[in-house]
Write a protein that binds this ligand. Structure first.
Ligand code: MEV
Length: 323
């Protein structure tokens, strides 16, 4: 078989609309691909020892820092998988997804690397294999993730996600709406946030009820997303979800400040997205002008980056089930 000299893999960021944390406890979640924020990986065959170039690290694969251990182990796993332990190559990772902000950066990098190796070895990859291999990285980086990050960064469509079940597409009929996504600039460690929630649940019935409520909110949101008229309901559900996430201890004063400002400027709802304790806030509007006002005002109070994502891209006809 003739191998390529250069191979590619890509992936994009994810946004959890409903269900972060409760998804760890078998409740459903709704997550959206964020196509405009993405990762591309270029694998080039070389005649020097394996190396990585990226915004975060440049140097030999062997010296990759401990906080990138998941990536290193994933690459070693792929070299074993393709029976190519002596392959010499450079991996160039280019990602516009900020690290540790709840946008699935590690899952997107793992997905893009896995795709690049399969491209290099001229092998197609099915979704189940992709999720299983990329999870080598996620297990090391995040402990015991639910799998929602990998499932969303490798999906072209919004997904209905329940841990250990096949992901489904959802009917997405609210198209005239926009999400403003704002990065607080504060790193939120997923494993720390997941552990915090675990401790809270061990000691309190009301926290266990919050998890149940977050699951109920996801069910209601699924019904509302399938109607063209229910955008206000979605906003209200986002506010309710934020209340539960706050009581579970994973909000942050800056997250609360961003949510309040977004609502004061016309957002129908606002909440954290991802594991919290920092990371990003999402705010929903039913028109682009309001989204732009919110974006500008969040920038003015210190958001390190902001994006606007139209819901129009998510409309689908439920043609297929995702594997
Ligand atoms: C992280 O993006 C989402 C969490 O629910 C953790 C997980 O599902 O693995 C906080």
């Amino acid at each position: 078989m003739k191998l390529k000299t250069t191979a590619f893999g890509s992936s994009h960021a994810k946004i959890i609309l409903f269900g972060e944390h409760s998804v760890v406890y078998d409740q459903p979640a709704i997550a959206l691909p964020l196509y405009s924020v993405n990762t591309t990986v270029t694998l080039t065959a070389t005649n020097t020892p394996p190396s990585v170039t990226s915004n975060y690290y440049n140097g030999p694969l062997a010296d990759l820092d401990n906080n990138l251990l998941g990536i290193k182990e994933l690459i070693n796993y792929l070299l074993d998988y393709f029976n190519a332990p002596t392959l010499q190559f450079n991996l160039n990772v280019h990602s516009t997804i900020p690290l540790e902000r709840g946008m699935g950066s590690s899952a997107a990098i793992a997905t893009a690397i896995t795709r690049a190796f399969f491209d290099y070895f001229n092998q197609p990859i099915d979704r189940a294999t992709l999720l299983q291999i990329a999870n080598v990285e996620e297990q090391i980086t995040h402990g015991s993730p639910s799998g929602i990050d990998l499932a969303t960064v490798s999906s072209e469509k919004p997904i209905w996600f329940i841990k250990n079940q096949e992901n489904q597409q959802i009917d997405f009929k609210i198209t005239n709406s926009y999400l403003v996504i704002a990065d607080t600039g504060i790193k939120g460690k997923t494993s720390a946030a997941v552990n915090l929630v675990k401790q809270k649940l061990a000691n309190s019935e009301s926290h266990r009820q919050s998890i149940e409520q977050l699951g109920q909110i996801a069910f209601q949101a699924r019904t509302s997303l399938a109607k063209t008229t229910d955008v206000k309901v979605i906003g209200e559900l986002m506010n309710q979800a934020q209340g539960h996430l706050q009581s579970l201890g994973v909000s942050h004063p800056i997250i609360e400040q961003f949510c309040t400002l977004a609502r004061l400027n016309g957002a129908l709802g606002a909440k954290l997205t991802g594991s919290g304790l920092g990371g990003c806030v999402i705010a929903l509007t039913d028109n682009l002008q309001t989204a732009q006002i919110i974006k500008n005002n969040l920038n003015a109070i210190g958001a390190t980056e902001t994006w606007i994502q139209s819901f129009a891209n998510y409309d689908n006809q439920l043609e297929e089930h995702l594997e």
